[in-house]
Design a protein around this ligand. Sequence first.
Ligand SMILES: O=c1ccn([C@H]2C[C@H](O)[C@@H](COP(=O)(O)OP(=O)(O)OP(=O)(O)O)O2)c(=O)[nH]1
Ligand SMILES: [Mg+2]
Length: 147
Amino acid sequence: MFPIQLKRLPGNEDLPLPRRMSEWAAGFDLHAAVPEPLELTPGERALIPTGFAMAMPRELEAQVRPRSGLALKHGITCLNTPGTIDADYRGEVKVLLINLGKEPFTIERGERIAQLVFQRVPEVSLSEVSELPDTVRGIGGFGHTGK
Ligand SMILES: O=c1ccn([C@H]2C[C@H](O)[C@@H](COP(=O)(O)OP(=O)(O)OP(=O)(O)O)O2)c(=O)[nH]1
Ligand SMILES: [Mg+2]
């Protein structure tokens, strides 16, 4: 069990902190900390505050992922999905939403706009080499196996 510290930012006492909406949900829903309703016109994007900052163990990252319901019903998604929250980031968690739908969409204060999913980040070491180990695939990619 990894400890995650959440710090509510001033002026957001009315908002829930990220929470699971079912017992085994992978995602903790994020609430919009917009001071007033914010309209996103079709094609428009906006960086939405969530009203909290966090600290987690260095072996973790948190991914900011879209909510499928908002995407299906309104075309609202995260532009940079999945967003990456680094373990050493202490700023406010924010959500970069874009309206890919055909209608304007209004984000209300407190609305659940995205979800946080925690992941373990493997420790790696990068090194430069002159030759890579051979594989059957080789350099084939981008659909080289057919449609
Ligand atoms: O959806 C997101 C993505 C990022 N961040 C914050 C946390 C993350 O640790 C930081 C930097 O994100 P990223 O590394 O994706 O952006 P960058 O363009 O590389 O910025 P930087 O140079 O600050 O790393 O911004 C968010 O709050 N929400
Ligand atoms: Mg970065």
